[in-house]
Design a protein. Structure first.
Ligand code: KIV
Length: 272
């Protein structure tokens, strides 16, 4: 058995900030449905991200771009129903906040009203500051996301490590400061050099959550299906697998098929 927290109070953005101040690391994972959210929350996770990676993990798309606002709301509602303690953050999907401020606000309000989630995450820096500021002004907590931002994969052309060059690293540092000034409660840094991520975490006072960004940040996030080994085709260097559910599930299903075929299931005790 892993970490068991005695503290059953709801995690808030304020409590995340206090965790950073006292050097307590923040544990975050994705979830997209009620059953997984209930297990992840019960295991003591601090933050659950209803990531737009649902587009890949749940729908089998190649990128996060196709997932719609209504699909994200469906996932978010399902997750919220399973959670008692964790802070639930929802990704605003591609195309729902980039066009202009007013569309971003309308879509953000819809997610918050319908799903009852606690906060939203938006990808990007300076380019989306007006939207970030406006959402925070109307009372919606915002998490930033810099580095490898998957909604920009068609611009990047590759999922390789970002910000290795000085100019991109300098822009990332400046964006992190701007997101903090705009009022973001936290920033996710994805797939950037560990030294750069550590520098950002030292320079800003809001919690920095890393994925493929080394151990010098304030917390870590992984895609739940990846860390549980549900997908054996994805093995980036930053991923640690805590289970091999691909094998466990395939084996269990195989045994069920065998039992049905052999008329071994159901037996006398398993019927009325
Ligand atoms: O959508 C997602 O799962 C994410 C994480 C990779 C941070 O944004």
């Amino acid at each position: 058995m892993g970490y068991i927290t005695e503290d059953k109070r709801k995690v808030t953005t304020q409590r995340l900030r206090e965790m950073k101040q006292r050097g307590e690391k923040i544990a975050m994972l994705t979830a997209y449905d009620y059953t997984m959210a209930k297990m992840v929350d019960g295991a003591g996770i601090d933050v659950i991200l209803v990531g737009d990676s649902a587009s890949n993990v749940m729908a089998g798309n190649q990128t996060t771009l196709p997932i719609t606002l209504d699909q994200m709301i469906y996932h978010a509602k399902s997750v919220v129903r399973g959670v008692q303690r964790a802070l639930v953050v929802v990704d605003m999907p591609f195309g729902t906040y980039q066009i202009n401020d007013s569309e971003a606000v309308t879509n953000a309000i819809k997610i918050m009203k319908v799903s009852h989630a606690d906060a939203l995450k938006l990808e990007g820096g300076e380019e989306i500051l007006p939207q970030v500021r406006h959402l925070i002004e109307i009372g919606i907590p915002v998490m930033g996301h810099l580095g490898l931002t998957p909604q920009s994969i068609n611009k990047f052309g590759t999922y390789a490590v970002r910000a290795k060059e000085e100019a991109e690293a300098e822009k990332l540092i400046s964006d992190a400061h701007k997101l903090e000034e705009a009022g973001c409660f936290s920033i996710t840094l994805e797939k950037i050099p560990a030294k750069l991520a550590e520098r950002v975490a030292k320079e800003v006072s809001i919690p920095i959550i890393g994925i493929g960004a080394g151990g010098g940040v304030d917390g870590q996030v992984l895609v739940c299906a990846d860390m549980l080994g549900m997908n054996n085709e994805f093995s980036p260097r930053f991923l640690r697998r805590y289970a091999n559910l691909f094998e466990t599930i395939t084996d269990a299903v195989g045994r069920y098929v065998e039992d049905v075929k052999n008329s071994d299931f159901p037996n006398e005790k398993e019927q009325y």
